[in-house]
Each structure stands twice: as structure tokens, then as C-alpha cells.
Design a binder for this molecule. Sequence first.
Ligand code: NAD
Length: 288
Amino acid sequence: MNGGTGADRLAGQVAVVTGAGSGLGAAMARVFAGAGMAVASLDIDGAAAEATAALVAGDFGMPSTAVRTDVGNSASVNAAARHVAEALGGCDLLAANVGVQQFGAIDRLTEQDWQWVLNVNVMGTVRTVREFLPLLRGGSGWRHIVLTASSGALIPGVRLGAYQASKFAVMGFGETLRQELAGEGIGVSVLFPAGMSTRHLESSALARPPELGSSVTLPDDIESMLASRPIGRSDIVAPEVAVRYLLDDLLANELYVLTHGSYRADYHQRRDAIEAAFDRMERRSAPA
Ligand SMILES: NC(=O)c1ccc[n+]([C@@H]2O[C@H](COP(=O)([O-])OP(=O)(O)OC[C@H]3O[C@@H](n4cnc5c(N)ncnc54)[C@H](O)[C@@H]3O)[C@@H](O)[C@H]2O)c1
């Protein structure tokens, strides 16, 4: 059950974070270690994962392990889960956080761009949950899964077609997963980060499998994307700021978790358009 009352539930538990070598994932690892959890840091960049793990052990004095893991590959995620079980004894909090970015207008995104973004962002999230779920199920205290989606799943933007589609899928997967796991007392949240100052573009390009060709982003892609969305350069925050309320929301088993509260009006445009579609159908089905 999701029993207990707050951060006391976390001491001695184990958190697993994918994409922990940088940005949001590294900030999550620090938050979880600060709350008294052991932390497994997983990343395709093994040295970056090691650096976060060293920080968890050194600055917070918590049990820690690092695993070079490619969430784009099932065998790699399976091996990581076995390593974590041996090193830390289980998994109580799973943060499936990896996502790669490939900007591009719809007619410029290649088949390989789509393949890469969907394999890592969607199937990587699915694989991470699938491989770690047995460890969560084996635990008995507070257990939770948080999936990193994006504000892109709440408000649209141009040049983001593949990324946006992938983050919608993460949101949908999380909503279903929450329903399916509710009876087992494993909570599920979906996190919607907005602008953060991270290495996202750079680390994404580095992580792209060479056989899919290199990642191409035009300066105009970024300018057009920024102009199409309400979240501009001045809204960009450090990942530490983005996660400052994260644990509160996870402990409360909130389904939707935001990092920025500033784009509500734009989200309402979408909500209102869906409401209007229902209104039209109600009018059409009303007796004449
Ligand atoms: N930066 C933003 O403004 C922003 C906005 C919305 C959502 N997000 C999401 O936040 C999450 C974290 O991104 P970030 O901004 O912290 O970026 P980041 O580049 O700082 O961190 C991402 C980490 O993921 C790792 N990674 C990439 N491909 C991998 C793979 N196949 N297997 C394992 N690890 C892999 C990278 O090596 C890197 O360390 C992503 O899901 C991203 O889509 C970021």
C-alpha cells in the first residue's frame, strides 16, 4: 500500500533513475539521496552515471551504484535490473526519465529520426518499467513509478513532431499503467518538464546510434519552436529548481506533475477545443 505519511517512508528505500548522468535525472538522484534513499544511476554515458553515483555516495552518504545502460536496448535494461537487484536489493521508486530530442519540420524528419525517438522515448520507457516492475512488486513499503513526459504533451509546438508524439505516448502509457497497478499499491506519476537548462540536445546527439545517421538540428528549428510556444528563454530554469516539489507530488501519488505553472492559458486552448467538440456533439444529439 501507499501507506505512511511523507518523507519518513523513504529512508532506506531504493530509487532507480534512468538518464541520471545529467540534467533532470542527476537532479532527481540528488533529491532522492537527500531524502535518505539509496540510488542507482543508469545512463548510456557510463562515466556520467558514475559521476552521479559518486555524488550520491560522497555528498549524501547513501548506498549508490552506477550502470551503463542503453534504454534503447532490452538486454541492456534487463542487465541493469539484475545489477541493481544484486547491488541495492530492489527498487522502490523508479524514475524512467530518458528522452532524446530531434527537432525538425514534419517533412524533414527522417524515418531514422522517428525510429530513434520512438525507440528511446517510448519503448525505452516501456522497457524500463517492464524490467524493473518485478523488483517493485517484490517490495512492501511505499512504491512508485514516475515517467518523464514533457510540457509538449500538454501544449503543442512546431518542429517537435516526433518528440511530441513520443511524449504523448509516455503520458498515455503512464495513465494506463497507473490504473493497472493501483490494486497493487504501486503509484504512478507522469512528469511534464518545461524549459530546463540541461545538455539535452548535446547528449541526445551523442547517444544516437551511428547507424541511424547523425542528428541534424537547424538554428531555425529552435527559433521557430520557441516562437510557437509560450515557454521562452526567460522561463528556462535549472533542473534543481524544476524538481524542488517533485517528492511532495510523488508522495501524494499525484498523477500529473509540473515543473512550471506559467502556461495554463495555453493548455486551456486545447482543453477548450476538446470541450467545444463535446458541446457540438451534445447539440447534435439533443432532440429537435
Ligand atoms: N531540458 C528540457 O527543457 C526538457 C523539457 C521537457 C522534457 N525534458 C525531458 O527530461 C528528460 C531528461 O532530459 P534532460 O533535459 O535532463 O537532458 P540531459 O541531456 O541533461 O539528460 C539526459 C540523459 O539521458 C541520457 N541518455 C540519452 N539516451 C539514452 C539512452 N538511450 N539510454 C540511457 N540514457 C540515455 C544522456 O546520456 C543524458 O545523460 C528527457 O526525457 C527529456 O525529454 C527536458
